[in-house]
Each structure stands twice: as C-alpha cells, then as structure tokens.
Design a protein around this ligand. Structure first.
Ligand code: 9PG
Length: 635
C-alpha cells in the first residue's frame, strides 16, 4: 500500500459580498511551499517530515481591500486502503464526557444523536448540526485512526495544535479521511493573516493505541502540555452528597479524613457543586454554607490538605447576580437574539427558567471578571485546586462579542484568563479536549461514574460507571502526554450504593491501571478498615503506574475493540515487566486465554482487589461479570 498522502487543501470562505467561495491547493508538494490565490486571498501549505509522519502547516493571508469570513479549512488525506474492504475508524469524542471508540466505516450517515435535543448535541459535538458531508456517524473529533482488514498499516490523521479552532475528521469511505478546521465564519480583515492549527498524518504498522499515544506526544509537545504536576490523591464531595452537600457534612468528612490519614493518605479535599449562592456567583455561598468559602478553605488547609473547589465558569442562571448585572456577557442566539441555552438543571436555580446560559469569553470585560474571580478564589480564599466544569459552554454557537475569534479561540482565551499566571492545579471537566492542552494540569477524560453499574442499553452519555470505564480505557494514552488524566472518582462504600463488591473493585482497578488521578467520593463515616486496605493497595499501584507513564504511555490492549473484555497495559520503566488490567464490562462470566492477549510474559500473577488475593495464572483468567483483575507480568 502507498503511505497516506495529503491530496488537497481547500479553504471555504464568505467573500466580501457574503457569497460562499473556495480556494484550493491540489496535491501540495512536499518539497516546497504550495500556494493558491484568488481575489487577493492566498492559501499556502507547507509539509514537513516529523515524528514518523508528515506535519501540514497552512496559512491564509488576506491582501484584498475587504474583510472576508473564513468558514473552514479542509484537508483531504488519501489512505491507500481498498475502498471495498471492511475498515474501522476511531471515533474520538468531543469533550470530557463524550464517548470514544472503534466503529465500522460505513455509508450510513445516521447517528442516534442526530435526533437528540439541542443541549445534548451542544454537549457532545463540535457542531450542533452536522451537514451530510460531515455526518456525525462518520466523524471523529480532533484525531482519528483508520484500519483496513487488508492492510498491515494504520493511518492516523489528527490536529496536533488546537489553540485556534475546533476540528473534525470524517471517514465516509476507507479511501480517505477529510480533516477539517472549523473557522466559524470568523473575520479576516484586509492585511491580516491566520495560521491554521497543524495537522499530523502518518501510516504505520503499529497498534492503534500506540498511534494514539504518538498523536498525544506530538500534540502535547506542540502545545506545551502541563504534564509535570505531582500524582494527585484526593476526596470529592459529589458522588455521595451530590447537590445536598452542606458545610457540616464537608466538615465531618474533613475531621474523618484528618483522623484517618494513615488509612486514607490523601492530599486534596475538593468541594463540588452545591455550595454556590447561584449558578454564576462562585464567590458567595447559599444557606447550606453559612461560614462562606474563605473559612472552609482555611479549615481544610489548617488540617494539612490542599483546598479544592468546583465551578462552572462559562455558565450562569437567570437568578445569578452575574446574569442580572451583565446581560451583555452572554453568547446570543443568531436568530432570536436571546442568550444561548447550554445546560438544564432544576437543582441549579430557583428561577422558573431552569436553563443555564453560555457566557461569552470573547468579551474582554467578562475575561477581566474571570481573572478577578479566580484570583479571589486562589490568592484571597486559599483554593489551590480548581475543578472547572461545563467548559464546552464557551464554545457554544451564536453571536459573540469579538467576530475575529473562532469558538475554539473563545474557549482557549477563557481558559487562559482563568489560569492568569496562577499556579493552582487546574482540572478541566466537560471540556472540548484540544483547546485545554497547555492550560490545564488535569482533565476529566470520561463521563461521570455513578453509584450503580449502568446498562449498555441506555443512551451514551448517561452517567453510569461502565461508560466511565470505557472512556478510561479509550483515553488512557493521554495521561502525562496532554495533562494528568482524571478518570473520575472511586467509590469504596459498601452501603448507600448499588455497586457490588466486584463492581467497586472493577472501578478501582480500572482507575489505578490508568495511572490517572485518584479521588475518592464517599461519606467517610461509611468506610471501614477493609475499604482502607483496598485504598492503600490501589494507591500504591496507581503511583507506580503513573511514574511509568512519564516514559511509556498506558495503552489499551485493543483500542478499537467493541468486545466486553477490555484492558490496559503499563510497561515498567526497567523493561522487566508490566502491569495490566483486564475488565469484563459485560453481564456474563468470561474466560480469557492469556495467549490471546499476546502479552509476551514469562510469568503472570493476578491480584484480586476485592478479596486482596494473589492468584498464580497459567493459561486462563476467569472474570465474573462486572469484574476486573490487575495482573503483573514478568518478562
Ligand atoms: C456537578 C457535576 C460533577 C461531575 C461533573 C458534572 O449531562 N448532564 O446533565 C450532566 C450533569 C452533570 C455532570 C455531567 C453531565 O457532572 O462531571 O463530576 O462535578 O457536574 O454538577
């Protein structure tokens, strides 16, 4: 097969009279810069060999007398795959909670989300409406990997920069990948130029997971990813208390965590949703928190922990001071002129209107507010761990204050305003992934866990532990390449939960095998000595895998699989062995032949975390439904 090739670059724009127009470069040369011009608009592309593939850099310059508006830049990649042979592609999700996985390349253009409500589409897609050319069923976000049954090599195409636009990759036939930078009809004034985010293309005979890690390496380097924060262990209020959290409950847990420090060694105590006086007013509390935020942070710090706090900085509800005082700080619906609805939650507001509205981070006045607010939370109140949630709202479509910024840039600028030179640990959540690289220290890489396993029959995106596990495995390669992965919380309690002992241990095993952040989310008074033993066992393995991940990425055993048996592997730094995790996410017992896993191991020992046993493994591993095993391999 021929290696993957960039066959065409096309710029789509609206001319001075607002007519849709295009400018194209066919078969851009690898030897020199290729350019095409039309009516004063120039598109140029430059190809560079790097990292085992090709990096494409394209620029648009406007030398005309009038402003044009840029719609998108399209990069056609020819795979060399047989068009008739069955092929699969990795459909990477839009934001933290969106699902990722292997799908067949098909002619079918329908996806269950096509008929979902606006907020669901805004949540999980870089565009709320896809044109047939970029059908959701055939479209991945940020990067993709394509494999054909008849070729040994896989093709990777992915944007390694994302500071300037959201991007998609559409695979409507095994023959080609259409990569697209979404430019949102942004203005390009006379004399101005716009550099597009670089695209990486490679055809390699290596596993899909390893190729994904190669993409993450490249993107992390290009965007100066923050990958050096220490391993994070903490407690989060959400998955036991949810909105019902109170200052008293938080204080009771703080006391327990202080007393049980040796049983549960943790560093961060993070207050989640439920403290705020209104959605949007993040520095004032409701009546459940009479002491206020500064006092709480003080108590957490006096007990020797880092204080963490949740906010949703790009959302506000009607009853917030923010929305009452600054109605002009919102993204406005292009037709109705009303603020854009980006969330819906009856717990968030006492207004009749239960919607949450999207703030406009292209507005410098709102960004100044963000800088001021987060300086107050960090420097004045003492919070040094910020969980920033529902960040996708900043990229909502609509009329923004600054017509020179894309939606991707708007989100990026908003995040940068929050970072504003402070060295707090910033955790992104509900966040379109690319725009946060280099700004956040940690990123939620899957949907919420929940105190029940969930059913594979329910709609994707519903909170359920099994979907969270799928995401932890699908995005493990990002850990310490783009940020620290936050796989979401462990829940260890045996009461007030619908998770069985096997399910709790499967959640713990998958989280620790990913090397990612380790937060527990329980009422500490429900945890006994056994839970403490489990926690210390997993915390040790997690720290070991995390330290391996700095050198060797944690990889899915099979990134493209749709089977119920899934797994992760982390090579030890000395090359003498590995730690792997096998999960049976399905509802029936399974027997795995170790030879099928191609682990190249001389000796295998399994750990049953639920029962704290070591099991010598020979040829098979038995996995009950909803159970996982951590296995150690010697080479
Ligand atoms: C607080 C929670 C927790 C949690 C976050 C996020 O689609 N939804 O309606 C939806 C609601 C909540 C949610 C995710 C999706 O959870 O991931 O850890 O902080 O907000 O409200």
């Amino acid at each position: 097969m021929t290696s993957a090739l960039l066959s065409r670059v096309e710029l789509r724009f609206l001319d001075a009279a607002s007519h849709p127009s295009t400018l194209a470069l066919d078969a851009p040369s690898a030897a020199r810069e290729s350019t095409a011009s039309r009516d004063g608009l120039t598109l140029s592309a430059h190809l560079e060999q790097a990292l085992g593939g090709t990096i494409v850099r394209a620029t648009v310059v406007n030398r005309a007398a009038d402003t044009v508006r840029l719609t998108s830049a399209i990069f056609e990649v020819t795979t060399g795959f047989e068009p008739a042979a069955p092929a699969r592609f990795f459909k990477h999700g839009y934001q933290s909670w969106s699902a990722s996985g292997g799908y067949d390349v098909t002619a079918s253009q329908t996806h269950p989300r096509d008929t979902a409500n606006f907020i669901t589409r805004l949540n999980h897609q870089s565009e709320t409406t896809r044109s047939p050319e970029f059908a959701e069923a055939q479209t991945s976000e940020l990067f993709t990997i394509v494999e054909s049954h008849t070729a040994p090599e896989r093709v990777l195409a992915g944007f390694v920069g994302a500071a300037t636009s959201l991007s998609t990759l559409t695979v409507s036939s095994p023959k080609k990948v259409v990569a697209r930078a979404i430019l949102d009809d942004v203005n390009l004034a006379p004399g101005a130029h716009r550099e597009l985010d670089p695209l990486f293309i490679a055809a390699l005979d290596e596993s899909a997971a390893r190729m994904a890690a190669r993409w993450a390496d490249a993107a992390g380097r290009w965007m100066n990813a923050r990958v050096n924060a220490p391993f994070q262990r903490g407690w989060c209020s959400w998955y036991h208390y949810f909105h019902a959290i109170t200052e008293d409950a938080l204080r009771a847990n703080l006391k327990s965590l202080e007393a049980m420090r040796s049983e549960f060694p943790l560093d961060v105590i993070q207050l989640d949703d439920g403290f705020q006086s209104a959605l949007g007013d993040w520095d004032t509390t409701n009546s459940k928190f009479p002491g206020g935020l500064k006092k709480i942070a003080g108590e957490i710090r006096a007990a020797g922990f880092k204080a963490g706090i949740w906010t949703a900085p790009f959302l506000a509800a009607r009853d917030s001071h923010l929305m009452i005082d600054h109605p002009d700080w919102f993204i406005m619906h292009a037709e109705t002129g009303q603020p854009v609805r980006a969330g819906h939650n009856p717990n968030w507001t006492t207004s009749d209107d239960k919607f949450a509205y999207a703030l406009d981070a292209s507005n410098p006045a709102f960004r100044a507010h963000l800088r001021h607010l987060f300086t107050k939370l960090t420097r004045d109140f003492g919070y040094s761990y910020l969980k920033l949630d529902f960040l996708y709202a900043a990229a909502a479509p609509g009329r923004r204050h600054d017509p020179n910024l894309t939606r991707g840039e708007t989100l990026r600028h908003g995040l940068e305003a929050i970072r504003a030179g402070d060295d707090a640990f910033i955790l992104g959540c509900g966040c379109p992934l690319g725009q946060a690289i280099g700004v956040v220290d940690g990123m939620r890489i899957g949907p919420d866990v929940s105190p029940f396993w969930g059913s594979t029959a329910s709609g994707a995106g519903d909170p359920s532990t099994v979907y969270a596990l799928d995401a932890i495995i699908a995005r493990s390669f990002m850990h310490r390449r783009l940020w620290l992965n936050d796989p979401d919380c462990l829940m260890l309690r045996a009461r007030e939960t619908r998770l069985t002992a096997d399910e709790r241990a499967a959640l713990a095993a998958t989280i620790v095998a990913s090397g990612g952040m380790l937060l527990i989310s329980d009422d500490m008074s429900l945890l006994d000595a056994e839970a403490g033993k489990l926690f210390r066992a997993v915390a040790q393995i997690a720290a070991e895998i995390d330290s391996n991940a700095a050198r060797e990425p944690v990889l899915a055993l099979d990134l493209m699989t749709t089977a119920d048996i899934r797994g992760l592997i982390s090579e030890s730094a000395d090359g003498a062995g590995a730690i792997a995790m096998l999960l049976n996410r399905g509802d029936s017992p399974a027997r795995v032949q170790t030879s099928d896993l191609k682990l190249d191991a001389g000796e295998i020992v399994a750990l049953d975390l639920a029962f704290d046993e070591k099991i010598e493994i020979f040829d098979t591993i038995d996995l009950p439904p909803h159970a996982a095993r951590i296995i150690r391999l010697k080479r």
